[in-house]
Design a binder for this molecule. Structure first.
Ligand code: GFB
Length: 308
């Protein structure tokens, strides 16, 4: 990307979008186009087209999405599939209509089959049934991948798709009902510590395995791929390292300095038993994650204490 290029970061206030903005500014990109969902509703085709017609961005990071943890996905299926489909279709079509040079679409590792072999390779996409708790979001994200590939095939658009693993870091969503596990546990252990609670409740059995990538590393990978990758295939982004939810809880408890007990609420779903990205393709392109989980937890907890 040229330093003076106009770069639209869709979803710039979210966990991913705000990290991409920070990374772009660090690398000297000054001409950033930033619009909140109140200013431009990307589920509305007319508003989306007007934004692209007036602003004519050169590059687009499509980080705007309706996102949430396992309970939110399972509770609001219509919202998750509709809003994500509309955001993708409107933004990707407008990017084609108004001559965007390159668009990077953010997917998710939940697009892979529930019981696919681990670690998850890009070619496992659509080889088996999805995890029921987030199939709505997954179908929408798979549609986004196919939109990028179809516009490349028919119109020659340079639209690429990346599949991050579970993300965490500054500016995450810490709402206990709608958030992902890592921010939820940071808040739960912090509040248990402050309120001198004797135990903390973890959803599910604690046995599922997840991989966690610090969002500053994700942003670095997205800028790297926008500058170096121009192919049709999707690209996994992650650390390639999995931990059980119980191990994660123990790590967060120790970072927070909490010494109470863990309770497991098995009325809540476990979701996919194991979800670890195979990151060998991205490594072959020349990128690897730098922040280990312990370091990322410490940085995120410091941010949480300063901002909540
Ligand atoms: O992070 P999470 O909500 O989403 O849940 P997924 C991961 C695991 O943590 C599940 C357990 O087994 C949860 O039961 N867990 C334990 C908790 N305690 C908690 C808690 O307090 N809050 C939450 N949220 N979980 C998401 C998809 O799946 O992965 C999204 O639903 C997205 O669509 C995201 O793709 C990357 O990792 O299971």
């Amino acid at each position: 990307m040229e330093k003076e290029a106009k770069i639209y970061v869709a979803g710039h206030r979210g966990l991913v979008g705000s990290a991409i903005v920070r990374r772009l500014e660090q690398e000297g990109y000054k001409n950033l186009l930033l619009r909140s969902s109140k200013e431009v509703d990307l589920t509305n085709q007319i508003e989306t087209q007007q934004l692209f017609e007036i602003e004519r961005p050169d590059y687009v990071f499509l980080a705007a999405a309706r996102v949430g943890g396992i309970l939110a996905n399972n509770s609001y299926p219509a919202r998750f599939i509709y809003e994500n489909l509309m955001i993708e279709a409107n933004t990707i079509h407008a990017a084609y209509q108004f001559g965007v040079k390159k668009l990077l679409f953010l997917g998710s590792s939940c697009i892979y089959p529930k019981l696919a072999p681990q670690p998850l390779k890009e070619e496992y996409l659509l080889t088996g049934s999805l995890e029921p708790t987030n199939e709505w979001y997954a179908i929408a994200k798979i549609a986004g991948i196919k939109l990028c590939q179809a516009y490349r095939q028919q119109y020659g658009c340079n639209f690429i798709s990346v599949m991050p693993t579970n993300l965490y870091g500054p500016n995450d969503n810490f709402d206990l009902e709608t958030s992902h596990v890592l921010p939820a546990l940071i808040r739960k252990f912090h509040e248990a510590q402050v309120n001198k609670q004797t135990n903390v409740t973890i959803w599910g059995t604690g046995t599922p395995v997840r991989e966690f990538l610090y969002v500053e590393d994700l942003a670095d990978a997205c800028v790297f791929l926008m500058n170096n990758y121009n192919e049709e295939s999707i690209v996994n982004i992650g650390t390639g390292i999995g931990v059980t939810i119980k191990e994660l809880a123990d790590s967060i408890s120790s970072v927070v300095g909490y010494s109470g007990d863990l309770l497991f609420d098995t009325t809540k779903p476990d979701g996919t038993p194991i979800k670890i990205n195979d990151v060998s393709f991205l490594k072959s392109l020349g990128w690897e994650a730098k922040t280990n989980l312990r370091e990322g937890l410490f940085l995120t907890y410091e941010w949480y204490k300063k901002n909540y």
